[in-house]
Design a protein around this ligand. Sequence first.
Ligand SMILES: Nc1ncnc2c1ncn2[C@@H]1O[C@H](COP(=O)(O)OP(=O)(O)O)[C@@H](O)[C@H]1O
Ligand SMILES: [Mg+2]
Length: 269
Amino acid sequence: MITSMEARNISVKLGGKEVLHGVDFTARSGKVTAIVGPNGSGKTTLLRAMTGEVPHHGQVSLNGVDVASLQPWQLAAIRAVQPQSSTIAFPFTVLEIVRLGLSAGLSAADSSVPLQALACVGLGGFAGRMYQDLSGGEQQRVQLARVITQVWEPIVDNAPRWLILDEPVASLDIGHQFTVMDLARSYAARGGGVVAVMHDLNLTAMFADHVVLMQAGQVAATGSPAQVLTNETLASTYGCPIPVNTTPPAEMPFLLPQARVALAIQPGE
Ligand SMILES: Nc1ncnc2c1ncn2[C@@H]1O[C@H](COP(=O)(O)OP(=O)(O)O)[C@@H](O)[C@H]1O
Ligand SMILES: [Mg+2]
């Protein structure tokens, strides 16, 4: 069985302008795949094309099946999507929001899952709170709990399920960033697939197995963190010097960005 998420030759036009130019993408189940790149490079658009939320040219397949041939309920049973931002206009409790994942996922019949998912994202005890009253970071974790609830079991009928996350740690403190990335890792370790748009390149190096670097609507580099996160690639993609070092023993890359002004000052000046 094919257990990957694949996109071939994806092009997207938004507002009359082509913003993705023939992108190829592969993510394997059992792995965390990170999509990184500067603001506006097309990360969200690529995710939205792959989840069918924007019209696109090209083909997307999930576990070897062309997603165009699947009904929305079939897709909802195998992959859950956390958008970059979610606005909820009505007064829902936290538990009501998370339970939306239960109904979307169909196969997650166990009604204890929403409470377990809340505990996983560090929100045990928040079930009865009003969603609107929570901080941005807490709301983001409620949304993640909803998404995890939808595809709670990483493998169903021998097929992997998929977590598709757009900047899941964007407004989280460092402790909760690790909570969420640990969750992503363990989902992949149990056989599921994880595709996440990431901004923090150090977290990406720590948690991703595979990195896709986007630039101006195209894939600039793809491979392991060590292959993609190099001085040359990052300088040309992000337009500023980002010295990359490595930590023993795994030679994991880590980045120590320096302000341009600091780089410009020579010793003795
Ligand atoms: N609805 C839209 N209409 C016109 N342009 C858009 C629209 N949505 C996004 N874009 C443009 O497409 C490009 C890619 O956006 P996006 O995928 O959101 O970037 P990223 O997630 O990498 O920051 C940007 O230049 C953005 O301005
Ligand atoms: Mg984005």
